[in-house]
Design a protein around this ligand. Structure first.
Ligand SMILES: [Fe+2]
Length: 617
């Protein structure tokens, strides 16, 4: 049975192909179109999946959309109606349902609904099935859909290595639901608890993300990064907003938030009364005087340092409350399921600080779907249909996160030839390649590293990575100045051989397939005595978002780490995604050459070919 899963319409459009229970290909549209978080119909991702399998669209048995579009439209109309009523009389909810029914029966759409429904009518978003039929020229009976959190549940459990597990999904919002606890056994998923709007931990975190001056659905990582510079001094004030229920659920106090109409600011005047002025986007951030330009006066510098501390403290407080909530929900899910196997998906599952605590403090066998956000629902939708509708036997778990575009040697050669860059050499073997690359890395070079199939999910895992020497204290600044141009508070992550991981980081790696560290989805402390050895990847609070690599999970990358260890004594490289700021990760050799040409990367490695940014005479 061939099932194509699709996610599109809101953010992170993607396609994934499941054939007889095996994930054959999965790709995110942004990698092909070069538009970050591209939400448009994933035409290129579909083409990629079909090409990988050597199939035509007519060969596909069923195409599955990742959510119930009409139910989501219902929610948006309902939420806007509630909001309008709140504005009118200052009270909340009450007659919302009745109002909504009245609104939808009206011969004309009320003015307050026009703006929120415009794109829905224009793009016919409430009939995603029709859109798919049009785009792919397939009959309607070949297309179906599953609920948003059913997609997340399936992505979390069916791709995990577990036969029996607790499943927790948490995100901003799907149709109405924002979090679900379920139990997975074999091919069955049984829901136990659902949390719906207006209670949403994803929207709670995003509201603070917006308040801290970052883009929602993009800047959540920056909140995590900034948290490391602060102390949770506002914990009590933030914690008051969250009620943890005994049944594993939670409630968010609504007076501070605007969760119902996300196109407006997600927080209220009451929020501002409690937490003060929002941070301006791109506002200067510094934790010590030396981070700031000399020409600033002392009072100007002090003002920046003071406000930076305040916002970092707030980020730390929000992060701590979020971790407590995640641990609370996971503990209940684990108790209900009667197992310490826990699977996560939904955008909140990308909170790698919370994941680290679930592993270290709670001792769970954790699986996090690598593309835990809505892109992953392309796989989730296909998997949910495959098991719950088609009643097929349990599919295979994730064999590898390298499910994206393969590196085509002919494409690479053509892109290099057209670029005018000098080929330093093309190695005859991977052994020779890694010795050469390790040598230049040890000499201080920054490397663009493109190997094999691209990664599934937001993290670069050694297929489309920028690599550098983790032992060099200046390397964070060098990579930032040459290519990443990131804010000071964003850390760089390490890749480490799995066998050496516990010598440098304070956790015991679970080498079973599917451990979150294979996908760089958990933060762990750097061992105190090692911090000074690997300063480039040690964050302000002494932590690191670790990727473990084995000879089985990525043989060439593992060999490179070992070759680097022979030169510098540590099997650790700085590993950051190969992209310019604000762009998606590079996918094709052409993308890599283009990024290489406008950045200060020293060498580009495409398969076994090493290209230099300098003209070699
Ligand atoms: Fe979601």
């Amino acid at each position: 049975m061939k099932v194509l899963g699709l996610s599109f319409g809101f953010h992170d459009a993607a396609a994934a192909l499941l054939i007889d229970g095996k994930i054959v290909a999965a790709g995110q549209e942004e990698r092909f179109t070069r538009i970050k978080h591209d939400a448009d119909f994933p035409r290129r991702a579909v083409e990629f999946c079909l090409r990988q399998a050597g199939l035509a669209i007519g060969d596909i048995d069923r195409i599955v959309y990742y959510e119930n579009a009409l139910k989501k439209f219902d929610r948006i109309v309902w939420a806007s109606t509630v909001r309008e009523q709140q504005k009118a009389n200052g009270s909340l909810v009450g007659k919302a349902r009745t109002l909504w029914k009245a609104a939808t029966k009206a011969s004309e759409v009320p003015p307050y609904l026009k703006s929120v429904t415009h794109s829905w009518f224009k793009l016919a978003k409430f009939d995603a099935v029709a859109r798919i039929c049009d785009e792919l020229a397939v009959p309607r009976d070949k297309v179906t859909f599953v609920d948003h959190h059913d997609s997340h549940l399936a992505a979390a459990f069916y791709t995990s290595p577990f036969d029996h597990a607790a499943i927790v999904t948490m995100d901003g919002v799907g149709e109405y639901e924002t979090a679900v606890i379920a139990v997975g056994r074999g091919a069955a998923i049984e829901r136990k608890l659902a949390i719906s709007l207006p209670h949403s931990i994803g929207l709670f975190y995003s509201a603070f993300t917006a308040f801290l001056g970052f883009e929602v659905n993009e800047g959540e990582y920056k909140v995590m990064g900034m948290a490391a510079f602060g102390e949770p001094r506002h914990y009590d004030e933030v914690r008051k907003l969250v009620t943890l229920r005994d049944d594993g659920g939670f409630e968010i106090e609504q007076s501070c938030f605007e969760f119902l109409t996300p196109e407006t600011l997600p927080y209220t005047d009451e929020f501002l009364r409690r937490f003060g002025e929002p941070r301006q986007p791109e506002a200067e951030f510094a934790v010590q005087r030396s981070d700031l330009p000399d020409e600033l006066t002392d009072s100007e510098a002090e003002a920046i340092l003071k406000s930076s501390r305040h916002y970092a403290d707030l980020a730390a407080s929000v992060q701590l409350c979020t971790e407590e909530l995640v641990l609370h929900v996971a503990a209940k899910a684990s108790a209900i399921a009667g197992t310490r196997n826990v699977c996560l998906a939904g955008g909140v599952a990308l909170n790698s600080l919370a994941n680290g605590r679930l592993i270290r403090e709670c001792g769970y066998n954790l699986f996090v779907h690598p593309a835990a956000g809505d892109a992953g629902n392309a796989i989730g939708a296909a998997a949910s249909f495959y098991h719950r509708t088609a009643k097929q036997p349990r599919m295979q778990g994730f064999a590898s996160p390298y499910l994206g575009s393969p590196l085509d040697p002919a494409d690479a050669a053509a892109a290099i030839a057209a670029s005018g860059f000098d080929v330093v050499t093309t190695h005859a073997s991977d052994e020779a390649l890694v010795e050469h690359v390790a040598e230049v890395l040890a000499g201080g070079a920054v490397i663009g590293w493109v190997q094999g199939q691209a990664e599934w999910g937001p993290r670069a895992l050694g297929a489309r990575s920028i690599l550098a020497d983790a032992t060099n204290p200046a390397m964070k600044r060098i990579v930032n100045e040459r290519v990443k141009f990131r804010e000071l508070f964003r850390p760089f992550a390490p890749a480490v051989t799995a066998e050496a991981a516990s010598q440098y980081f304070d956790f015991e790696p679970n080498l079973a397939a599917g451990a979150p560290e294979y996908y760089m989805l958990a933060v762990h402390p750097v061992r105190a005595e090692k911090k000074s050895i690997i300063p480039a990847i040690t964050h302000a609070d002494g932590s690191a978002r670790v990727q473990i690599v084995t000879a089985a999970s990525n043989p060439t990358f593992h060999a490179l780490l070992r070759a680097f260890e022979r030169r510098k004594g540590v099997p650790i490289l700085m590993n950051t995604s190969f992209n310019l700021r604000g762009e998606p990760m590079v996918d094709s050799p052409r993308d890599a050459i283009r990024t290489f040409s406008v950045s200060g990367i020293d060498y580009l490695v495409l398969g076994r070919t090493v290209v230099s940014s300098r003209v070699e005479l």
